[in-house]
Design a protein. Structure first.
Length: 524
């Protein structure tokens, strides 16, 4: 690394997922835990950072060389053990000794704002979990060149400098937002991953899914004005749906994963984005209080041990009070975790009889997949009507398509008087929604005629995203999303525009060889 005009070496470990075995003999699997005590020799002008604080420094017979012994760690997995040798400088928050950052001397002070915001996020998570951090140490190590965005080593979290260090009036708001989300993700691992560890990497969603979900929850707790859970939909959920629509994919619970797959190769969107989206759906079904109680129970019961999906389900089942309709939450999660993909929910109304038929099938983004397997899921639904404006006429999970149930028909005469219907207006469910042509027309005309204020921004983003992806998969004609997109001239919110721009980017990329079509969809 370079610091001003000097070149200096530093060393830092990255043992996740299975590299501790390269540093010392061990049973390098996440469910096997032990206490560690580090003894590390180094030059006297170098500093040692690890999971715990230094216990003692001992001189050696080698000139300018010393031995540092660290305090013994709590019981933890091998991939969380860490150390670093460097010449960095430490900067901490006043009166909060356990929370600080190590940086190059030339970067000293640039992490102060991140530290201040980070402490608020960390404190909000600790309060939510109601379980302390046994390491009692949250040190951030800003690494100039790091392969990963960050790593949740217990007590010494490593980050790319770009996630932590920001120049005043230089760093973009987007970069700061991403950096804080990354910090929140790593803090959440204190409980999901460090304290309770997935039994094996094939169920990594038990740590990565929860850490991704709670990164957004923590941001919303600290600053509700950010609308972090709205951003979750367009940044995380819609991205997961796009990636989870291919033909051959892994599953959350590691089904159909061959032994040849490395632990690194399965760290894709499945444990992070799909896992967090399914967790969010379950949290909304249970309600905040029941979900929080279940999570605290799970963490307390499995502290310093491993977690499995079935152990998690046991704790979720104990707190059903918030459910609108009694269901087995374990079975609900399994329907998404044990098979790839997700459902396309199609709503078809008989306008003469006021009946509504709701069906499910697996969604594929590529229309060339001739064989579309009749997979089914447990699908929680809610309905919102035009004349109910921005209120649900049925709570989320009041209506269900059950596993092995392809179609249901309900009477909507008491909730619909001819206007449009929206399914899942808050985009809580892990699925896409299609409508009959008349309902698409009514939604389009409502938005184009200035009805943005009657449909919330998340619903508008979802309608756009679903429409373009349904057209891409050949479920509807492209005239539907293009007619719908005319309303964007009046759109002022971020979420719908991000959904639209992502769809336009796909079309622009595929029309590169057709300049007339490409230029017609340029965003100006």
């Amino acid at each position: 690394m370079f610091d001003l005009l000097h070149f200096r070496w530093m060393g830092v470990t990255q043992f996740s997922p299975t590299f501790a075995r390269a540093a010392f003999p061990c049973f390098d699997e996440p469910h096997l835990k032990a206490n560690f005590q580090l003894h590390l020799g180094h030059y006297k002008d170098e500093r040692v950072t690890s999971n715990t604080y230094p216990l003692v420094t001992t001189p050696t017979d080698i000139a300018n060389y010393t031995l540092t012994t660290m305090l013994r760690t709590p019981k933890m997995s091998t991939y969380l053990f860490c150390w670093s040798i460097h010449n960095f400088e430490y900067d901490g928050l006043s009166n909060i000794s356990f929370f600080g950052i190590w940086t190059r001397s030339s970067m000293n002070g640039k992490g102060n704002k991140a530290l201040e915001n980070g402490y608020k996020i960390y404190s909000s998570l600790q309060s939510w979990m109601n379980i302390g951090n046994p390491v009692n140490k949250v040190v951030h190590l800003a690494v100039p060149d790091f392969h990963f965005s960050a790593m949740e080593n217990w007590g010494m979290i490593t980050f790319r400098e770009s996630a932590l260090l920001h120049g005043e009036n230089v760093t973009s708001t987007e970069t700061i937002h991403k950096g804080l989300t990354t910090m929140a993700h790593e803090y959440a691992h204190t409980w999901f991953g460090n304290l309770v560890t997935p039994k094996f990497w094939t169920v990594a969603w038990l740590k990565e899914g929860f850490a991704t979900y709670f990164a957004y929850i923590a941001r919303s707790l600290v600053d509700p004005g950010l609308r972090s859970m709205d951003l979750f939909v367009v940044e995380n959920l819609e991205s997961a749906l796009a990636e989870d629509s291919r033909k051959h994919l892994r599953t959350m619970n590691g089904k159909d994963v061959s032994d040849k797959n490395s632990s690194l190769s399965i760290m894709d969107f499945v444990p992070y984005k799909k896992g967090s989206s399914v967790i969010r759906m379950i949290a909304e079904l249970m309600g905040n209080q029941s979900f929080q109680t279940a999570m605290r129970s799970y963490l307390k019961d499995r502290s310093y041990d491993y977690g499995t999906p079935s152990l998690l389900y046991d704790h979720l089942r104990r707190y059903p009070d918030g459910l609108v309709t009694p269901v087995d939450l374990g079975e609900v999660i399994e329907s998404y975790a044990n098979q790839p993909g997700y459902p396309l929910i199609t709503l078809t109304r008989d306008y003469s009889s006021n009946s509504l038929t709701i069906s499910q099938q697996r969604f594929y983004q590529n229309p060339n997949y001739g064989y579309r397997k009749n997979s089914t899921w447990w699908v929680p639904l809610s309905l919102t009507t035009q004349y109910g404006f921005d209120a649900d006429v049925s709570g989320f999970g009041a209506i269900w398509l059950r596993k092995n149930q392809m179609t249901i028909t309900i009477n909507v005469g008491n909730i619909s008087t001819g206007g449009w219907i929206i399914c899942d207006r808050h985009k809580v469910g892990y699925y896409r929604v299609n409508y009959d042509p008349q309902n698409w027309n009514m939604l389009t005309e409502h938005l184009v005629s200035g009805g943005c204020d009657r449909i919330n921004q998340v619903a508008r983003a979802t309608i756009l995203d679903d429409a373009f992806n349904l057209a891409r998969g050949d479920y509807i004609n492209y005239s539907v999303p293009f007619r719908l997109a005319r309303y964007l001239i009046d759109e002022t919110e971020y979420e719908p525009w991000l959904a639209a721009i992502n769809s336009f980017a796909f079309l622009n990329k595929n029309f590169q060889h057709l300049p007339v079509l490409r230029d017609s969809i340029q965003v100006r």
